[in-house]
Design a protein around this ligand. Structure first.
Ligand SMILES: NC(=O)c1ccc[n+]([C@@H]2O[C@H](COP(=O)([O-])OP(=O)(O)OC[C@H]3O[C@@H](n4cnc5c(N)ncnc54)[C@H](O)[C@@H]3O)[C@@H](O)[C@H]2O)c1
Length: 258
């Protein structure tokens, strides 16, 4: 490991980064973060985006459709010759009560949150082997609700509370991080996870009462900001986290610590 300086540590200038859910709140923030570091960002989402940059390439795609993911990945590898970082960030939430759960909600949640990530990882692996690619860092986005229940007492009538099926899909993401970190190790592919706690939504802010009650549950006494996730994301994306594999970094201001 030569030239171990902070500048080299976080040098993303020639990196190719795939980000799913790039039109959403965090996907958009992550895309801008990597663009600001000089990386090429390949955004994927079912929804359109307003983000424009000469290094940003957007593909409108339903990631639970394996054939489409396969076709797109093949195209991307032919164009860019490699993918350095994949951020499995796309996900949907349902807010209806668990005892009123509909089959369609279960299917939609598992398709986007679980099958979508499986499609990306399996498709990338097959291209990695076929095209003899060197290495890749895969970062899955989990959630604290993948290993905790929400505290129902902090939600008002109109607040969106985290559902059981969303939490179960995030638990699966944390587990498949472990599984793939072992299975893909021999291909020089690292798989890690970031599990955020609640993040403030500037465009669609959470209610004042919810923010107050949520903050009281957090030792840091506030809800998270998008920026709180950035250093861990860059760290796990960098070449120097090579010996860190299969980990789940929880970024929740300490909420899950008591
Ligand atoms: N925002 C938070 O407070 C928070 C907290 C913990 C974890 N997370 C996790 O962070 C990630 C991003 O969350 P967010 O708040 O930005 O969500 P968001 O809803 O703003 O964005 C998610 C994006 O994923 C896209 N998407 C969903 N299913 C898709 C599919 N099948 N194919 C293609 N695109 C699809 C959506 O169109 C959307 O643009 C998610 O994995 C979420 O579970 C968010």
């Amino acid at each position: 490991m030569n030239n171990l300086s902070v500048d080299n540590l976080f040098n993303f200038k020639k990196k190719i980064v795939v980000i799913t859910g790039s039109s959403g709140q965090l996907g958009n923030a992550f895309s801008k973060l990597f663009l600001s570091q000089g990386a090429f960002v390949i955004g994927m989402d079912i929804k359109n985006t307003k983000l424009k940059d000469k290094k940003f390439f957007f593909y409108k795609i339903e990631i639970s459709n394996k054939k489409r993911v396969e076709r797109l990945f093949h195209k991307i590898i032919l164009k860019f010759k490699k993918i350095d970082i994949i951020i499995n960030n796309a996900s949907i939430s349902v807010y209806s009560k668990f005892d009123k759960r509909k089959d369609i909600e279960i299917n939609k949640t598992l398709n986007s949150n679980l099958k979508g990530s499986l499609n990306l990882i399996n498709t990338y692996l097959s291209e990695h082997k076929k095209m003899k690619l060197k290495k890749c860092n895969i970062i899955n986005i989990g959630s604290i609700y993948g290993f905790l229940s929400p505290d129902f007492r902090i939600y008002g009538k109109n607040d969106n509370f985290s559902s059981e099926i969303y939490g179960a899909s995030k638990a699966a993401i944390i587990q498949l991080t472990k599984y793939y970190s072992v299975a893909l190790s021999k291909y020089n592919i690292n798989v890690n996870c970031i599990s955020p706690g609640g993040i403030f939504n500037k465009k669609n802010p959470q209610s004042k009462l919810f923010l107050k009650k949520y903050s009281m549950r957090v030792p840091k006494n506030r809800i998270g900001k998008e920026e709180d996730l950035f250093t861990a994301l860059l760290f796990l994306s960098s070449d120097y986290s090579e010996y860190i594999n299969g980990q789940n970094i929880i970024i929740d201001g300490g909420l899950s610590s008591w």
